[in-house]
Structure formats: structure tokens, C-alpha cells
Design a protein around this ligand. Structure first.
Ligand code: ATP
Ligand code: MG
Length: 440
């Protein structure tokens, strides 16, 4: 394993044997580079602090209660945890241990971790692997096996069930039978985990290369029903065979898996309204409308930033536009301008939606949106009021007052988008003057 000079130096001034552990070791054994270096040792936080005093390393507490430290120096940043045993409030699934007891026994430290593949240690000085629980073999066999009875591991901290799904997605590992069963049984523990943590795990899961497999596991274990019940409702919802190879839920899985990384969430949720549309209307015509409202509720509930909430809602609402690919040019231009802030993502979503059917390999509708956008750019069409060659003051000087100023600008924009008006100052001022009833 390649050890940075900074880490080598740190090991030399450390008060006890220093180990890399977790993702860094796991990923090294998988032949994958990592950026995240978690350290562990028997040294207690105070011992580390005094040993590193006056050294090139800076130490600060990241969680005083758990005894985790951030150590930085030589342009690198490490997180150090002292070997410990955690004790959780009985069966609460709360994620945070209510008490930690430091230990000098590496095997005890192993047992408080989630999966054996995450409990392999690399001795920085001797460069030897320490593997008390057989994690190296699990990494070779791509297995997720808990460090103790799976039921205990998951009932202590429900987040570990989300981590299980995440590792399936990002590592391509498969849980063993015991872990799968325990996840099913204890999925209710997720309700004790904060929405922010669930969201963060979902985001990491969405970026994995084995997303379909992970989402299928989320469905089979009940995780999906727990975190995204509205989406889980789409299971087995049949779709017309001419357009779809999968049921509505599996189509969402495939679309998310094929999606670009910046539209994964929208891709997963794009058809979330289908079950509701089917229930209420007996058809799916308005599923994008229903879905947009539901997507907003979901992203709000999972405490996504406001920008993500708003963007996801728009992408879901607009993804069906011109489904018959026969909209007139001026309608398309208005659609592109209306959604300009997200147009690149929207086109990508529409295209991926096609691929996710398992039937189509191209998407003339997305091609048309793209061609329209390209043409409008070439013609230097203003996409927003701000792009107009005149501003509010110009309009005010023509005698417009209050909200009439905004209305006039919007009209000028609409005419420019339609190609009826050139985005040139003189032409716009003349058109505005006509609107004011002061034709020149
Ligand atoms: P990555 O850094 O690639 O996201 P990781 O496995 O390193 O994955 P971290 O969150 O960095 O995950 O945690 C480092 C290690 O701490 C893990 O490998 C695992 O041994 C342990 N760990 C982290 N979170 C938990 C948890 N909720 N329960 C038990 N052990 C955990
Ligand atoms: Mg890590």
C-alpha cells in the first residue's frame, strides 16, 4: 500500500501503533484509489494531542464524545478514532452510541464496526495487514458480513442498513443471508435515524455503479418502503409493452442507473406519480403533475437543499413534454426558454428516460429539444428577462409604472423567443413604445 510521506511521519511521532482502517484499506485491497483516510489506534485522544504538540501536525476534536480527532498536516487530513467499544441504548437504532469505552484490544474495536470488510487494519509502520475477522476474504469474495450477529449490529444503529445498501451499490458486494434477513427484520429502525443521514446515504447509493442491484435489495428488504414509500408503490405497476420492458418501479431503477450523476435523484423520482395517477384516474396521463408534487414532498422530507427541491420538481413536471414529438417550433422554443435554468439536465433526463425503458436506444424528442436549444443559442435568443438588451429602467423611462414594467419586459422576451423581435436595443425600445401606446 502506498503510504504518503505525511502519514509515515505521523506514525513515527504517534504514541502507539497506528493503523489505517475502513474504506482506505478495503479500497486498497480492491485495487481502488481512495481519498478518505481513517486512522485507528489504542492511543486516547489526550495522549495523541500531547504527543503531537509542537509537531508539524494539527489536532482538533471532531466528536469529543466519541473521541474522534481530525489530524492535519503536510497537506493531508486524517480522522483518528481510538479503539473503543460502543454501547447503544437498548434496541433504539439511534445511530449514536450513548457510551463509548476505550480499549487497547484491536479485536474489540473490530466488533464495534459494521461489516468485516470495513474492519481490516493496515499497520502503517510494519506495513502488515491485521485482519481478526476475516475481512480480507470477504473483500475477495465481495461479501458484506456483519462483525457480530447481524440483528445486534442493525438494531443498535439503523443507519447500518442504509450503509449495507450503499455498499452494494458502490462496491458491488452482496450481503450474506444473515445480513439480508436481519435488514428485513429490523428495517423499522430506520425511523430512528435522522433524515439528513438517510439522505446522505441515499445520495452515495445513487452514485454507485451497481445501483439497480442495490435498489432491488432496498425494495426486497423494505428499505425503499421505509424511505421512499411513494416510489415503492410503483412496484408491479404494469406499463404498455410497446414502450416498456419493466414495471414502473424497475423502469425508475434502470433510468436512475443509466442517468448522469447530476440527475440521479430526478431520474429515480421522475415517474413517482404513476401509482397515484393510476389509482385516481385509471390512467397515467397526468403522472408528471402528480409526480412533481410528490417529488417536492419527498425531497423536503429528506431535507434536501431548497435548490434541489425546486429543481427536482421542475424536472419531474417537465419530463413528459411533447411526448408525441409533434409540438410546433414556437412551442418548443418557449419550453426551452421557460426551463432554461435546468434545460441541460432536462434534456439528459428525457434521453435517459428513453434508455430506461429497455426498449429504445435513441430519443428523437431529446434530440429535438437539443437542436432547438442550439439554434436559439446560435440566434442569440434571450432566455431570460436579464438577457434582454433593455432593462427595467429603460421601460420605466417610456412611462411604464409598477408591475407593468415587468409585464412589458416579459412580452418583449416572449416576442424575442418566438423570433418576432430582434434582441437589439433600438428594436426592443420601439416595440415597448408601441406597447405603451406611443408608437413612433
Ligand atoms: P467511505 O469512506 O468509502 O464512505 P468507509 O467504510 O470508510 O466508507 P466511513 O464512514 O468513512 O466509511 O467510516 C470509517 C469506518 O468506520 C468504516 O469502515 C467502519 O469500520 C466504521 N463505521 C462507520 N460508520 C459506522 C457505523 N454506523 N456503524 C459501525 N461502524 C461504522
Ligand atoms: Mg472512510
Amino acid at each position: 500500500m502506498k503510504i504518503s510521506p505525511a502519514l509515515e511521519k505521523l506514525a513515527k511521532c504517534f504514541p502507539s501503533r497506528l493503523y489505517l482502517v475502513g474504506g482506505a484499506v478495503r479500497d486498497y485491497l480492491r485495487g481502488v484509489e481512495t481519498q478518505d483516510f481513517d486512522l485507528a489506534s489504542a492511543a486516547k485522544p489526550d495522549e495523541v494531542k500531547s504527543a503531537l504538540e509542537g509537531s508539524a501536525f494539527r489536532v482538533c476534536d471532531s466528536s469529543p464524545k466519541l473521541g474522534t480527532l481530525i489530524i492535519s498536516g503536510g497537506g493531508v487530513r486524517f480522522e483518528h478514532t481510538t479503539f473503543r467499544t460502543d454501547s447503544y441504548p437498548e434496541g433504539s437504532g439511534v445511530h449514536k452510541p450513548d457510551e463509548v469505552v476505550f480499549t487497547s484490544d484491536i479485536e474489540e474495536d473490530c466488533r464495534r464496526r459494521d461489516f468485516c470488510c470495513n474492519a481490516v487494519y493496515f499497520d502503517v509502520e510494519s506495513r502488515k495487514i491485521v485482519d481478526p475477522l476475516g475481512g480480507v476474504a470477504d473483500i475477495e469474495n465481495k461479501v458484506l458480513r456483519t462483525t457480530r450477529a447481524a440483528k445486534d449490529v442493525f438494531s443498535e444503529d439503523g443507519l447500518r442498513i442504509m450503509r449495507l445498501i450503499r455498499f452494494v451499490s458502490t462496491l458491488g458486494f452482496a450481503p450474506d443471508y444473515e445480513a439480508t434477513n436481519a435488514a428485513k427484520e429490523l428495517v423499522g429502525r430506520l425511523s430512528d435515524v435522522s433524515k439528513e443521514r438517510i439522505r446522505d446515504e441515499l445520495d452515495k447509493t445513487l452514485q454507485g455503479k451497481n445501483l439497480c442491484t442495490a435498489l432491488e435489495l432496498a425494495l426486497q428488504t423494505g428499505v425503499l418502503k421505509e424511505i421512499l414509500p411513494e416510489l415503492a408503490d410503483n412496484e408491479d405497476l404494469a406499463q404498455p409493452a410497446a414502450f416498456h420492458r419493466y414495471d414502473a418501479l424497475r423502469h425508475a431503477f434502470h433510468t436512475a442507473a443509466a442517468a448522469r450523476e447530476d440527475i440521479k435523484l430526478a431520474a429515480l423520482l421522475h415517474d413517482v406519480g404513476k401509482a397515484e395517477a393510476w389509482k385516481k384516474d385509471g390512467n397515467m396521463h397526468n403522472h408528471a403533475e402528480y409526480g412533481a408534487v410528490t417529488a417536492r414532498e419527498i425531497t423536503k422530507r429528506l431535507k434536501y437543499p431548497n435548490a434541489v427541491i425546486a429543481e427536482t420538481e421542475i424536472l419531474v413536471r417537465e419530463h413528459m413534454y411533447d411526448i408525441n414529438a409533434n409540438a410546433k417550433e414556437n412551442k418548443l422554443r418557449r419550453y426551452v426558454a421557460r426551463n432554461y435554468a435546468v434545460i441541460d439536465k432536462l434534456i439528459a433526463l428525457v434521453r435517459t428516460d428513453s434508455l430506461g425503458t429497455g426498449i429504445f436506444s435513441d430519443c428523437p424528442r431529446a434530440d429535438r429539444f437539443q437542436a432547438t436549444l442550439d439554434r436559439m443559442k446560435e440566434e442569440k435568443i434571450p432566455f431570460t428577462v436579464r438577457d434582454l438588451a433593455v432593462n427595467g429602467d429603460d421601460i420605466k423611462n417610456l412611462g411604464f409604472k409598477g408591475e407593468k414594467i415587468g409585464k412589458a419586459l416579459s412580452l418583449l422576451l416572449a416576442e424575442s423567443i418566438d423570433g418576432k423581435l430582434k434582441n437589439e436595443r433600438e428594436a426592443l425600445l420601439r416595440a415597448a413604445a408601441r406597447l405603451a401606446g406611443r408608437a413612433d
